[in-house]
Design a protein around this ligand. Structure first.
Ligand code: ADP
Ligand code: MG
Length: 692
């Protein structure tokens, strides 16, 4: 067999065109790709576990002598087989079985089974174990390596994947893949060689440190995760280096406009805002596109910083665009920018997916002929048919809702002639430093690490929902004293499946319980105009209590609101809760946040809610959030804009990022040819970020 790692999969035995198509759908094209399809877990069939030593939840291989087999009716017919090995007993339970199967389990027969140990009505049992009847004195065969279980792959069976990876491993042994990590880096981190790591992970020997492998912390796994993180990091850094060679309009005008605007504000900028503005304006004065991330906790005042950057562009005779992830947030920005910029003679254009045709046409025309110096909207800003006259700055708010790919697509779309737009992305979801390294390596970072003066930290308590009446009393007295409150519910309609409190039900309930309070409702299924109406009424005080779904999560700004109740808090992510809580504490009054939970609360949920009680610092919340999640539970790509990894798991591997960064620097300096090869191995040609 002459297949090599570079051969198409069809050169492997047993792979015809039909199977090749299925494998392609899994992203597998060449033999080498199979090496990187790592098992997601392993089964230990290398040793027999005594029946008396079985642990609940363990998946293990056991053997024993049949004592008794009987069928019982428990709603449906069950076949129960009691086995014993002298150290203990176990029950095998079958729901589906044939007459023949039933007849096999004669008392005295020896059987070996593999399955998960569960608690049954009488002692431990295995439900539908894999089993084999042993002939007289036959040994229950054990495997000599752990059994690899590959990720569930539609239409391709485990056995088949195992045979295919066997062949790929043979190819690898004949001619190993190029070791791309420089020896100095491997030695420093004590990482095994690539081929060794791959071999080990596909076919771990019987004496493997199973616990380390299952936890994903075996050096062989670390080795591969490290290289993958490095590939993504290098690719993003490439992009950044590339930007330094691209052209952009150097924005040198606008100083008068910026000055006029800053002095028109009813407050002075904080030191942190001034510093970040300085960083932005310096970048935008360069003839290369700025790629900068502004991180700042909720309420730190990012919007005004963005407005200054926009004015710089407009004052330089160019256009700026501000994009937000939701209609509600985009609308709010639009109103803010109108209030701020109209006095300076600038009329922003509004663009959204749901707007009326005539209005849209007018906006498009103003954007195209440049009479609108600023366009504000949702992602509709960058759809087909939107032509800017000379777009020089793109601001993306709440970046965590958009991924790397979207960020890049926007850059490409914004190109006017040979000039790229400057890009400013803003996020209020502070993510730990190590994650930021992975997600935003293509960006320079500025941090607004100071809140406007006079803000008092929001006081947070967690209460069981059995104390709802007390909480309602609290809402009443807050509203009666002239303050406003939010009541946040996760979903909008009664859902049996999830048992969430429904906003509509809460709205009815609160309206009845608080007849003298003006209660409003805003949820995700309302039309934007309706939502807008509700929010406006809340903002101008017509509504005192706003019942809402998490649509208000980002950006909504009502300084008079000083109380927030969040239902089912135990089911929400910590960063999301922190973000929601940031809607209060924006005015001078002491604000409170009540996290209602459904008891009983598990240990982990308790610790999670305690984090919010103990700190108001978004960075601390994010760090604790990361620590309190297990591997595999990390904030999905959708939430954070993090890349999709094949092997690395940032919940587990984020701590590698400083070393990844260091390795990337070493490679870029000492071995620049290696970088592209690493990127190609892990991201392929198509998957690379940008046209590198
Ligand atoms: P975020 O960073 O969460 O987007 P916003 O930009 O919405 O925060 O600002 C929150 C509130 O703080 C707004 O009402 C804004 O006008 C106000 N604000 C911004 N900067 C200052 C400042 N330097 N002093 C006082 N208030 C400020
Ligand atoms: Mg904001």
């Amino acid at each position: 067999m002459g297949a090599t790692l570079a051969s198409p999969l069809t050169e492997l035995a047993g792979v015809g065109p039909a199977l090749a198509t299925k494998l392609e759908r899994l992203g597998l094209f060449r033999v080498e790709d199979l090496l990187f399809l790592l098992p997601m877990r392993y089964e230990d069939r290398t040793q027999l576990v005594r029946l008396g030593a079985m642990q609940l939840g363990q998946r293990c291989l056991v053997t024993g002598e049949v004592q008794l087999a009987e069928t019982v009716y428990r709603g449906r017919r069950n076949l129960l087989v009691r086995i014993s090995d002298g150290t203990g007993q176990a029950t095998l339970r079958f729901f589906h079985f044939s007459k023949q199967q039933q007849a096999q389990f004669r008392p005295g027969v020896h059987v070996t089974c593999f399955g998960e140990v569960r608690k049954g009505p009488v002692g431990l049992e295995m439900v539908h174990p894999e089993y084999r009847i042993l002939r007289d004195n036959q040994d229950p065969a054990v495997n000599d390596s752990l059994t690899a279980i590959y990720p569930a792959t539609e239409g391709v069976q485990q056995g088949r994947l195992r045979r295919l990876t066997d062949q790929a491993l043979q190819c690898m042994r004949r001619s190993p893949p190029t070791e791309l990590l420089p020896a100095v880096i491997r030695q420093e981190l004590d990482l095994p060689e690539l081929a060794e790591a791959i071999e080990y992970l596909h076919r771990p020997p019987a004496d493997a440190d199973t616990a380390a492998i299952v936890a994903g912390r075996h050096p062989c796994q670390v080795r591969l995760a490290f290289e993958e993180l490095l590939a993504h990091y290098l690719s993003l850094r490439n992009l950044r280096a590339l930007a330094q060679n691209q052209r952009a309009a150097a924005l040198t005008g606008g100083d008068d406009e910026v000055r006029a605007f800053v002095s028109s504000l009813p407050f002075t900028l904080t030191g942190a805002q001034q510093r970040v503005v300085g960083e932005l304006l310096a970048d935008m004065g360069e003839p290369h596109p700025m790629m900068r991330l502004v991180q700042g906790d909720v309420g730190s005042g990012k919007t005004v910083v963005a407005a200054i950057a926009c004015l710089k562009a407009i004052g330089s005779g160019q256009q700026a665009a501000v994009m937000a992830p939701t209609e509600l947030l985009a609308e709010q920005h639009w109103r803010n920018f109108c209030d701020w910029l109209q006095p300076l003679g600038i009329q922003p254009a509004w663009l959204s997916g749901s707007q009326k045709a005539a209005e849209r046409r007018a906006s498009l025309a103003a954007i195209a002929d440049g009479s609108a110096g600023l366009a504000v909207g949702t992602h509709a800003l960058f759809q087909e048919g939107v032509q800017f006259r000379n777009l020089a700055l793109v601001v993306i708010d709440e970046q965590h809702r958009f991924g790397v790919q979207q960020r890049l697509a926007l850059r490409e779309k914004g190109i006017a002639g040979s000039d790229y737009p400057h890009q400013l992305v803003m996020t209020a979801t502070p993510i730990p430093r190590t994650l930021a390294m992975a997600a935003y390596a293509d960006l320079d970072t500025s941090i607004i690490d100071e809140l406007p003066p006079g803000r008092q930290p929001v006081q947070t308590v967690a209460l069981p929902e059995t104390r709802r009446d007390e909480v309602i009393d609290r809402v009443r007295s807050a509203c009666e004293s002239g303050q406003q409150a939010y009541w946040v519910c996760p979903l909008i309609e009664e859902s049996d499946v999830l048992d969430f409190e429904a906003a509509e039900v809460s709205y009815e309930m609160l309206s009845r319980a608080l007849p003298d309070i003006r209660v409003g409702l805003v949820h995700g299924r309302m039309r934007p105009a309706e939502k807008e109406l509700g929010m406006r009424a809340f903002k101008d005080g017509t509504i005192q209590l706003l019942v809402a779904t998490t649509v208000i999560e980002v950006g909504v700004d009502v300084p008079n609101a000083s109380l927030m109740i969040i239902e089912n808090a135990e089911r929400m992510g910590l960063s999301q809760l922190h973000q929601l809580r940031g809607r209060v504490g924006r005015g001078a009054a002491q604000s409170h946040c009540v996290l209602l939970y459904k008891p009983p609360l598990g240990q982990r949920s308790r610790s999670r809610l305690a984090v919010l009680r103990d700190t108001n610092d978004g960075f601390v919340v994010a760090q604790r959030d990361l620590e309190l999640r297990g591997p595999g539970e990390l904030l999905g790509t959708r939430q954070t804009g993090l890349p999709d990894y094949r092997i690395a798991d940032l919940g587990r591997d984020a701590h590698l990022m400083p070393q990844v960064q260091k390795a990337a620097e070493t490679i870029r300096r000492d071995a620049p040819d290696i970088g592209p090869a690493i990127v190609r191995r892990w991201l392929g040609d198509a998957g690379r970020y940008g046209k590198v």
